[in-house]
Design a protein around this ligand. Structure first.
Ligand code: FVH
Length: 292
C-alpha cells in the first residue's frame, strides 16, 4: 500500500524576487500554497504553476495556519497584516528587519494570538530551492513553531535556529552581511589599486578570492580571544607590526591615485588601540573600541 505524507499548506505574503523564489520551491516540493501580493499581477505566473491566489491579505491569512511574510521591510509587514486575523496562526517573518523591529513584531504577533518566528535569509533568490547552493535562513523566536514547521521551512533553504529571542535571527543576519560589506570594501580597494595598470582584473580576481578564503578562518581565533579575554592568545601578526605596515598601504594607494577613504577608518582604530599599549595583541582589541 502506498502512504502519502500530507505536506503542510503554506500562505505566502509577498511575491517580490525572494517571495517568488520561495513560492516556486514550496510548489515544486508539493506544498499546497496560497499567495498574496499587493500588486496582484505578480501572482499570475504562480497561479499558472499551481498556487492559489488570494484577493486580499485577510483572505490569504485565513486560508492556512502557517503564514510566511517576505516583504520589503517592517513597515510593509505592518501594512500588509493590518486587519488580518492572526489568532491561532504561526507567523514566520522572513522580511529583513532590525533586531528591535523583530522583537517588537514578535510582541505584536503575540498580542494578536499568533506564535512568531523571525527569519533572516542568507541567500539570494537564485540559491532558493537549490540545496547545493548552500543558502540557509537564521530563525529565532518560538521554538515550538520552529520545531513544528522546520521541515516545511527547510524546503526553500537550510534552517539554523539561533534562539528564543526574536531579535537574534536579524542580529545574525545583519552581522554576517556587515562582514560581507567589509569584504566588498576591501575588494573594491584592491581592484582600484590595479585599475590604471596593465593588469587584467580577471587575473587578480582568483588570487583575491583565494586570499580572502585563506584569511577567513582568522575569525575563529578572534572568537577564541574574545571568549578568553586574552587578545595575545595565538598571535602571529601582532598589532605593533601591523600598524607599522599601514604607511605602506596608504602610500601605495596615493601612488596609484586611489583614495584611502576605505582603509583609513580601520587603520585609525588599529592606531588607537596601539596607543593604549596593546602592541603585542592581535587585532581583536579594535572590537572593544567599537562597542560603546
Ligand atoms: N533579493 C535578495 O537578494 C535578498 C536576499 C536576502 C533577503 N532579502 C530580503 O527579502 C525581503 C524581500 O526581498 P525581495 O527581493 O523579494 O524584494 P522585492 O523584490 O523588492 O519585493 C518586495 C515585496 O514587498 C512588497 N511590498 C513592498 N511594500 C509593501 C507594502 N507597503 N505593503 C505590502 N507589500 C509591500 C512588494 O509588493 P509589490 O511592490 O509587488 O506590490 C513585493 O512583493 C526583503 O526584506 C529583503 O531585504 C532579499
Amino acid at each position: 500500500t502506498q502512504h502519502t505524507v500530507e505536506k503542510t499548506s503554506v500562505t505566502l505574503l509577498g511575491l517580490g524576487a525572494m517571495g517568488t523564489a520561495l513560492a516556486r520551491a514550496w510548489l515544486a516540493a508539493g506544498h499546497p500554497l496560497t499567495v498574496w501580493n499587493r500588486t496582484p499581477a505578480r501572482a499570475a505566473v504562480l497561479a499558472a504553476e499551481g498556487a492559489g491566489v488570494a484577493d486580499s491579505a485577510v483572505e490569504a491569512v485565513a486560508a492556512n495556519t502557517l503564514i510566511v511574510a517576505c516583504l520589503l521591510d517592517d513597515a510593509s509587514v505592518e501594512e500588509a497584516l493590518a486587519g488580518t486575523d492572526l489568532a491561532g496562526k504561526d507567523l514566520v517573518n522572513l522580511t529583513t528587519s532590525t533586531p528591535a523591529q523583530a522583537r517588537a513584531r514578535a510582541e505584536w504577533a503575540r498580542e494578536r494570538g499568533a506564535r512568531y518566528l523571525d527569519g533572516g535569509i542568507m541567500a539570494v533568490p537564485q540559491m532558493i530551492g537549490v540545496p547545493e547552493a548552500g543558502g540557509y535562513a537564521f530563525y529565532s523566536g518560538s521554538p515550538e513553531l520552529f520545531e513544528q514547521h522546520q521541515e516545511t521551512l527547510g524546503v526553500p533553504a537550510g534552517t539554523t535556529y539561533v534562539g528564543k529571542d526574536a531579535g537574534f535571527a536579524a542580529l545574525h543576519d545583519v552581522a554576517l552581511l556587515s562582514a560581507m560589506y567589509g569584504m566588498f570594501a576591501g575588494a573594491a580597494h584592491a581592484f582600484a589599486l590595479i585599475r590604471k595598470e596593465d593588469i587584467d582584473p580577471t587575473s587578480l580576481a582568483p588570487r583575491l578570492a583565494d586570499w580572502l578564503v585563506a584569511m577567513a578562518p582568522a575569525v575563529h581565533q578572534t572568537a577564541d580571544q574574545l571568549r578568553s579575554g586574552d587578545y595575545t592568545q595565538g598571535v602571529t601578526s601582532n598589532l605593533a607590526m601591523q600598524v607599522a605596515g599601514t604607511p605602506t598601504f596608504l602610500s601605495t594607494a596615493e601612488q596609484q591615485g586611489v583614495s584611502t577613504e576605505l582603509l583609513r577608518p580601520y587603520f585609525e582604530l588599529m592606531r588607537r588601540r596601539l596607543a593604549e599599549g596593546s602592541g603585542e595583541e592581535d587585532l581583536t582589541g579594535v572590537i572593544d573600541l567599537l562597542v560603546h
